[in-house]
Write a protein that binds this ligand. Sequence first.
Ligand code: TRP
Length: 333
Amino acid sequence: MTQKKNILTGDRPTGNLHLGHYVGSLENRVKLQNDYNQFVIIADIQALTDNADNPTKVRNNILEVALDYLAVGINPEVSTIFIQSLVPEIAELTMYYLNLVTVNRLKRNPTVKSEIDQKSFGESIPAGFLTYPVNQVADITAFKASLIPVGEDQLPMIEQTLEVVRKFNRIYQPVLIEPEALISQFPRLPGTDGKSKMSKSLGNAIALADSPDSIEEKVMGMFTDPNHIRVEDPGKVEGNPVFDYLDIFDPEKDKVKELKEDYRRGGLGDVKVKRRLNRVLQNFLKPIRERREEYAKDPGEVMNILKKGSEKARIEASKTVTEVRKAMQIDYF
Ligand code: TRP
């Protein structure tokens, strides 16, 4: 029997997970969890790199993110869900890896760059924030992960991981694994406003935990083709998030094809298409919400899953740290 390979992936606990997370990564995690040894990290230390002044937010979202994981079907019996700060070996590895990365390289990381623009740090970029990609390299390598299911925005992080791994293995000993990103079939879900990315901070997200009313309100208020004014007008399907969502979530593909043709031709109103999308998303999210509510009745039990997962994760990461220290000749006794 060949040994299962490892997956490491996860999220920052800064808010409820949404449909973008689902199609970007959660779906793959559920699909792959039986074929891989999967570790799912709730990255609280990374979350603090730009929320240092808001520890309560990070703290409260640990449970929220864990509930989202369990709700979509990440099974704690087969996947190890853990809290980053409870595995201090990751912090230790981060410190070692920082010597293998230059400040200029970090400043060029496209994801970090766009986050810096978005967050208005000005000249006051926290050193922890600039270096969080290195912390993420530690997350990945601590678990000898070879596959990383993530959204497209995380590709620069995998790129940086490869660079550090190669450099480490060349300078010291070849103990680290080169990981590969697994990008979903729909790598970037647009927001309800039609902007290129669904994001809680942009206010254009449908959360997995949203109530039926809130889902309906968001769907009925979605951006569509702005030139499709009267029902008779021909409409555009491209760049129209209502159709993007139907493509992804509507199980009746033939029907979607037909709707698109009608919309393009003219004669199909936005309200009608949105009503269909509302039904589709309500059906999709209902079992997720119900499972979430079930787990939410016993938060102690959920926290216990995280505690046990973190203990297990720590054992795994310690093994890597032992090898790393040896490779770096800091294994004194
Ligand atoms: N940076 C990821 C995000 O913002 C979260 C994350 C932390 C992560 N550590 C990771 C993702 C390791 C993949 C692998 O969503």
